[in-house]
Design a protein around this ligand. Sequence first.
Ligand SMILES: Cc1cc2nc3c(=O)[nH]c(=O)nc-3n(C[C@H](O)[C@H](O)[C@H](O)COP(=O)(O)O)c2cc1C
Length: 166
Amino acid sequence: MDILIERKSVRKYTNEDIEKKDLDYILHAAMSAPTARNTRCCSFVVIKDKETHKKIAAVHHAAQMILQAPLAILVVGDKNVVFEEYLPQDCSAATQNILLAATARGYGSVWCGVYSNKKISEAVEKLFNLPENIKAFSIVVIGKSADNNSLKNRWHPEKIKYEIWG
Ligand SMILES: Cc1cc2nc3c(=O)[nH]c(=O)nc-3n(C[C@H](O)[C@H](O)[C@H](O)COP(=O)(O)O)c2cc1C
């Protein structure tokens, strides 16, 4: 399987759990993402508790798939250790590594955005009792896929320019 090309957002899951060794691999991949100036500003909250899943669904309209997933990972960034403009870039790289690592281990996943929505990010930061310097960035929902949608072709050569735009 080519994980880079075959990764897709999965929003339907079986009720199978994520194995501990796979979760550790996914978190290791997240921590292996690049960070500007090597600040390693990202941390990760593993969320298995169903009650917390319900609370997330209540504040994030586009994260309803969490209600049937075994696990989610909240990606956060520490604004005390990173220039604030790098925080979303560093956390994006970590989030993408989570998606790819989950795909590599045979799980489906989806990136639920938090950081760019003030109402959602404030609600999530309150829910997880995050200190003022720790910013909620994304919630990645993960589970064994129960999604039978076939992969769309995403190769668009017209999006490529060589050497110069015009
Ligand atoms: C910054 C960002 C925020 C996203 N937020 C959500 C979200 O809140 N809920 C959701 O279901 N998908 C979310 N997605 C997933 C996109 O909808 C998805 O990547 C897009 O539709 C393309 O589909 P694909 O991932 O299968 O290629 C988000 C993706 C990104 C990059």
